[in-house]
Design a protein around this ligand. Structure first.
Ligand code: CAA
Length: 381
């Protein structure tokens, strides 16, 4: 089994690492503290081709593979998890489904500027009463003449305050259950679309999310993404890719915890020696490194399956489950290693602890990942 990266993948990781450490990290704490959306960094990400990494060059993307994408996601998220999620939503949840299911017109009109990073997109699936139970959509889409009329409310929509377009899900035939859900590509400036105030969040505070209100929003038939009634499968297969991106985000947060802890443990002294010499601290560092490496291998495997066009629902779920768990444990241990200083906003590890938590919740909670994995285990064994 060969775990070696190609020269192109190594170069992508190196480019991302240099950019992350030189440009993203220096503003991460301040952006978090001020809940400031990093527009300047988003422009730089666009310039690097990091907002449409796996989109073919013919459609405005960088034409790289999913493995390169997760390498870059880990590096950017190691510096700032907020910047990481802004990037992952655009790549995984917006570019990817339009690339896979979009019409030629949708690709020309939306995918090209999204992949170039000229505009940002968001993914409007969750609702006040449809989070984990994604098929319980209350947002309706009625066909009136040649137009769809969409009404409802979407919740927790990452990038919505900064997006120009959304991949949106609505129920057009409730009697058909999940087969009555349709996906649409809807410009955010369409009449009837309005936004709630930005959500006040525990972590990833430099990325913005909010509610989207849809009041008799009218779009033409060519706004349908994929097939009428095929929206649930668009959502699920998109999330199979999205979960790899969030696994990589979690790896980045976990690595930040490990690297910050190593640096601190080498210079902080107790009982006459650096705390890195104490076995209690060494065991924590060893566990953090081991769990992150295991999660990294699962994440790379899921990405590689996606690149080879092999169904990877359970593998993505395993990667996200383990990586988010490892990141949260690493964050708790990092705060413990820093002791009292770890509890202060003057040091980065309290930010890592707050940022890590969301990776166990969005794009499917850890409980949902276990459901997806169990389904595969029960079928295959
Ligand atoms: N790919 C393709 N098709 C899939 C699929 C997949 N990954 N998963 C399920 N399907 C298909 C099934 O095959 C089935 O179709 P058939 O009947 O034709 O076989 C159909 O979809 C229904 O499947 P289920 O009965 O398994 O569906 P369910 O209603 O029980 O739901 C679930 C399954 C896994 C719980 C799903 O609802 C789920 O993933 N929930 C979590 C939702 C989620 O992750 N939300 C995140 C919101 S986005 C976000 O967080 C973004 C952000 O802020 C950054």
């Amino acid at each position: 089994m060969d775990f070696a990266l190609t020269e192109e993948q190594k170069l992508t990781r190196q480019t991302a690492r240099e950019f992350a450490m030189a440009e993203v990290l220096p503003q991460a704490s301040k952006n978090d503290e001020e809940h400031r959306f990093p527009s300047d960094l988003v422009k730089r990400l666009a310039g690097l081709g990091f907002l449409g990494m796996a989109v073919p060059e013919a459609h405005g993307g960088a034409g790289l593979d999913t493995v390169s994408y997760v390498l870059a996601m880990e590096e950017i998220s190691r510096a700032c998890a907020s910047t990481g999620v802004i990037m992952s939503v655009n790549n995984s949840l917006v570019c990817d489904p339009i690339n896979k299911f979009g019409s030629d017109r949708q690709k020309r009109e939306w995918l090209v500027p999204l992949a170039k990073g000229e505009i940002l997109g968001c993914f409007a699936l969750s609702e006040p009463e449809a989070g984990s139970d994604a098929a319980a959509q209350k947002t309706t889409a009625r066909l009136v003449g040649d137009e769809w009329v969409i009404s409802g409310t979407k919740n927790f929509i990452t990038n919505a305050p900064n997006a120009q377009v959304t991949v949106l899900f609505a129920m057009n035939a409730p009697e058909k259950g999940y087969k009555g859900i349709t996906a649409f590509v809807v410009p955010m400036n369409t009449k009837g679309v309005s936004l709630g105030p930005p959500d006040k969040k525990l972590g990833i505070r430099a990325s913005q999310s909010c509610q989207i209100f849809l009041e008799d929003v009218r779009v033409k038939g060519d706004a349908v993404l994929g097939e009428v009634g095929g929206g649930f499968k668009v959502a699920m297969s998109t999330l199979d890719g999205g979960r790899i991106g969030i696994a990589a985000q979690a790896l980045g947060i976990g690595r930040a915890c490990l690297e910050d802890s190593l640096e601190y443990a080498k210079q902080r002294k107790t009982f006459g020696q650096p705390i890195a010499q104490h076995q209690a601290i060494q065991w924590k560092l060893a566990d953090m490194a081991t769990e992150l490496e295991a999660a990294r291998l699962l994440t790379w495997r899921a990405a590689s399956l996606k690149d080879r066009g092999i169904r990877h629902s359970a593998e993505s779920a395993m990667a996200k489950l383990l990586a988010s768990d490892a990141a949260n444990r690493a964050a708790r241990e990092a705060v413990q290693i820093f002791g009292g200083y770890g509890y202060l906003a003057d040091y980065p590890v309290e930010r890592h602890l707050r940022d890590a938590k969301i990776t166990e919740i969005y794009e499917g909670t850890s409980e949902i990942q276990r459901m997806v994995i169990a389904q595969k285990v029960l079928t295959d064994m």
